[in-house]
Design a protein around this ligand. Structure first.
Ligand code: AN7
Length: 355
């Protein structure tokens, strides 16, 4: 049987820069190579050329797949029969999918009632063992780290070096797509693995755009300089109070001449809606933190900016529905009523021209 492949797996594409040999397992769902999409409206608002790196275009809808293809492939290579992670949702969904693909077991620890519905649905349908912890993500990760000391289960949180290795490939793609011409990267920061990955990727290619990382106001340990015991934000993906890659993230920000700063929930939601209504781009709230930060602090003289949209909007339908409450127009089966529903109030001579 000749298997048709429309494009290489992430590991195949970047093998010379990744810790994998040609005959190592390659657990892939065709991740990476995500579109870079120009953002005309936001470009206008900030006076720079702004692009979205649409990481929601990955197989499970988030950037985590880049790291997970590597972490799960390495786990399989090294004989692991199971993987585990603590997660605010996306890592869980990705681990569950790649474990299913590899035919190994997956367990995820999620903070009870705190993960978005789409992510929970994904994780469950892939057959992972879902443990709902009566505590925070940070507490979950602390316990998981102890658990794996006594059991042969591979930890696939971003403490795992393969996660960072895989995720650095997004930086390679940006440099390739923009012919190396990039001044500034805006990125949300939670457990701080991704900003660490981008910086590693840029450095390996001798590039050094400035990195602006953004944390939600209620979950900003790296800005405050101390852990946050009860992190809280509408952006559930980055509701993290003790980032394990915190030191690496601070190094990335300072070495690049950038910074890690705060955006409020209302700034996140403003950017979230602006992207959806003006740019046609539906990203999840955590992803909107990158755009919120750019809008708030400006491009700071940069000509070309990339905002990393880390996850798809449909991951978190509840926030989208809550933000548009009352917008659905109900209508009886009757032409006049439909006309009113479609065109607006009958008196409006200036009703929108629907043809
Ligand atoms: C959409 O899934 O930590 O700074 O457990 O899902 O590398 O942690 C998710 C993080 C940004 C922050 N955007 O990235 C998890 C988890 C989205 C995310 C982040 C996450 P890191």
């Amino acid at each position: 049987m000749t298997i048709v492949r429309t494009r290489p797996s992430l590991i195949e594409r970047w093998r010379e820069h990744l810790p994998f040999e040609a005959d190592d397992p390659d657990v892939s769902l065709c991740e990476g190579a995500t579109p870079l999409v120009f953002a005309p409206v936001i470009s206008d608002q900030v006076g720079a050329e702004v692009y979205f790196k649409t990481e929601g275009a990955n197989p499970t809808g988030s950037f985590k797949d880049r790291g997970m293809t590597c972490a799960v492939s390495a786990a399989v290579r090294d004989g692991a029969k199971a993987v585990i992670c603590a997660s605010t949702g996306n890592t869980a969904a990705s681990a569950a999918a790649y474990a299913a693909r590899a035919g190994i077991t997956c367990a995820v620890i999620v903070p009870e009632g705190k993960i978005a519905m789409g992510k929970l649905a994904q994780t469950l349908i892939h057959g992972a063992r879902v443990v709902s912890l009566k505590g925070s993500f940070d507490e979950g990760l602390g316990l998981v780290r102890k658990l794996v000391e006594d059991h042969p289960i591979a930890l696939v949180n971003s403490l795992n070096e393969y996660r960072i290795e895989g995720q650095k490939t997004a930086a390679f793609e940006l440099l390739e797509d923009l012919s190396g011409d990039l001044d500034l990267l805006c990125i949300p920061v939670g457990n701080a693995g991704n900003i660490t990955s981008y910086w590693r990727g840029f450095r390996e290619m001798d590039a050094a755009p400035r990195l602006f990382g953004f944390q939600a106001a209620g979950a900003a340990p790296l800005v405050l300089g101390h852990p946050v015991e009860h992190p809280d934000t509408v952006a559930s993906a980055i509701r993290i109070g003790k980032p394990v890659r915190g030191d690496d993230a601070l190094t990335a920000a300072s070495e690049s001449g950038g910074s890690i700063r705060i955006v409020s929930d209302s700034e996140i939601l403003h950017a979230y809606k602006l992207m959806a209504t003006e740019e046609g781009m539906f990203a999840e709230p955590a992803s909107a933190a990158s755009v919120a930060g750019l809008l708030k602090y400006g491009a700071d003289g940069a000509n070309r900016v990339v905002c990393v949209l880390t996850g798809r909007g449909i991951k978190d339908p509840e926030v989208a529905i809550a933000q548009t409450e009352g917008a659905v127009i109900t209508c009886p089966v009757e032409l006049g009523a439909m006309e009113t529903a479609v065109l607006g109030a009958p008196t409006a001579a200036s009703a929108p021209a629907v043809r």
